[in-house]
Design a protein around this ligand. Structure first.
Ligand SMILES: Nc1nc2c(ncn2[C@@H]2O[C@H](COP(=O)(O)OP(=O)(O)OP(=O)(O)O)[C@@H](O)[C@H]2O)c(=O)[nH]1
Ligand SMILES: [Mg+2]
Length: 294
């Protein structure tokens, strides 16, 4: 029997729905999703396994002009996604006009490998707007195959999936067939906590936060975790903890519920907050948190 396998890398502007699509393909909440830009900071593999195929999806950070070292590392993940793709998924959303980075955009329009151009969030548009947007994007990226979709509502998602399978090269599997992702369990703990921080805090707070899970002990009936939330400054620490610890408590309760679903087991989650001065601009700290591969 022939077997297909390959890398399918999802790129695009921030907040267009890249992580939503990856989760829809996987059928699990692998990537966190929020209404804020720059939710995803890493390249996260999500693997869909079939008897005769292995589709290795990559969710990547939204493309931005980097303003500090962390964002530069995020854009390095995007660059790496261009290097090993067998199929490139370029996602745009209804109402969007352009990719902010010309170099990345040129790579897409000059791509030697197949590009699927997905116009997402069509559930928010009417017929007229959809037609106008479809024309605009097909002109801008003439080398791509075009699909209007709603990642949130699942519209056209199966058709995109089927087309990717057709485009995958003949190849043996790259990962064991029971593997779902390249990231360790602790990564998903960090992300669940960061998602709640993105949801509940304003302005610069979510962007100044990094989470590190220091303990992860699995017992028969419960997983015990302890995570530290790092902020860049003392004032941010106070905001994060809130009056009598109420704000931090909410983060802990909500993250724990998600993690219980994710691991299918009872979870005990202990959180504390620490100042890690200017970690976003510190190469050593970034390497420690898995951002800087150089
Ligand atoms: N209406 C609608 N909303 C969507 C759709 N897909 C995603 N969203 C919403 O768009 C927002 C961003 O979704 P994400 O999946 O986090 O977007 P992303 O591209 O991964 O964002 P970054 O990681 O920040 O680059 C969330 O509020 C999603 O619920 C869609 O098809 N329709
Ligand atoms: Mg994302």
């Amino acid at each position: 029997m022939s077997h297909k396998a390959g890398f399918v890398n999802i790129i695009g502007n921030p907040n267009v729905g890249k992580s939503t699509l990856m989760n829809a393909f996987i059928g699990e909440k692998l990537s966190i999703i929020t209404s804020k830009a720059q939710t995803t900071r890493h390249r996260i593999l999500g693997i869909v396994n079939g008897e005769d195929f292995q589709m290795i999806l990559s969710d990547t950070p939204g493309i931005i002009k980097p303003a500090y070292q962390l964002q530069e590392s995020m854009m390095d993940f995007v660059k790496s996604a261009f290097e090993d793709a067998d199929v490139l998924i370029y996602m745009v959303e209804i109402g969007e006009k352009e990719l902010k980075d010309d170099a990345f955009f040129n790579k897409i329009t000059n791509s030697k490998i197949p590009v699927l151009l997905l116009l997402n969030k069509i559930d928010t548009s009417n017929q007229e707007q959809l037609e106008e947007q479809a024309e605009l994007w097909q002109q801008k990226v003439p080398n791509a195959e075009f699909f209007p979709i709603s990642a949130l509502e699942g519209f056209n998602v199966q058709n995109v999936f089927n087309r990717i399978i057709e485009l995958l090269p003949e190849s043996p599997a790259f990962y064991p067939k029971d593997q779902l992702t390249d990231k360790p369990e602790r990564f998903f703990v960090n992300e669940a906590i960061r998602e709640k921080i993105l949801m509940h805090y304003k302005k610069e707070i979510p962007y100044a936060v990094e989470v590190d899970t220091e303990e992860f002990f699995e017992e028969d009936n419960i997983i015990r975790m302890r995570s530290v939330i790092m902020v860049e400054r003392e004032t941010q620490k106070g905001i994060l903890i809130g009056h009598k610890g109420s704000a931090l408590k909410r983060v802990g309760v909500e993250a724990r519920k998600d993690l219980e679903k994710f691991f299918g087991k009872q979870v005990h989650l202990e959180l504390y907050v620490k100042v890690n001065k200017n970690w976003r601009s510190n190469q050593k700290q970034l390497r420690r948190f898995g951002y800087n591969k150089k």
